[in-house]
Design a protein around this ligand. Structure first.
Ligand SMILES: [Zn+2]
Ligand SMILES: [Zn+2]
Length: 143
């Protein structure tokens, strides 16, 4: 298993890349790290409002944009939600399994099939700009 991202790791990357790790970015990331599951932007907002009642949705969306751009957080298209990266040690195209019963989202580590896809696209002269790998199903706890 990969290593789930943590605040210290993100601080180090932000320092090295001279990125501004603002308090709202940190708050959103902390919520996602502590969550058992992927969360929607609205759920993040509701949690953050418990300690910072004046938080506006735009703050959450801007923080999520930053966190996703830097691969600290991934967006799950199928469930329109976000989760902290579970495999932060190497650059990767994130891939997910999503349980339809308990909504658990699992990040996979394998890079094999995205490498194949990139190779084939390249041979066709196609430039990939975004890849989405998400599979719905039933996890072992729910079978
Ligand atoms: Zn990841
Ligand atoms: Zn499940």
């Amino acid at each position: 298993m990969g290593t789930k991202i943590n605040i210290e790791h993100v601080e180090n990357i932000c320092n090295a890349k001279k990125l501004n790790f603002t308090s709202s970015r940190r708050n959103v990331l902390e919520i996602l790290i502590n969550a058992d599951n992927a969360l929607t932007a609205y759920e993040i907002l509701e949690i953050l409002k418990e300690s910072l009642p004046k938080t506006k949705p735009a703050i959450i969306y801007r923080a999520l944009d930053f966190l996703c751009e830097n691969d600290f957080v991934h967006r799950i298209e199928i469930s329109n939600s976000y989760m902290a990266c579970e495999n932060c040690e190497h650059a990767h195209v994130a891939k997910f399994l999503i349980c339809e019963s308990c909504k658990k989202t699992i990040e996979l580590e394998s890079d094999g099939f995205s490498n194949d896809l990139e190779k084939e696209a390249k041979s066709m002269g196609f430039q990939i700009q975004a890849e989405i790998f998400e599979a719905k199903g039933i996890c072992k706890e729910c079978i």
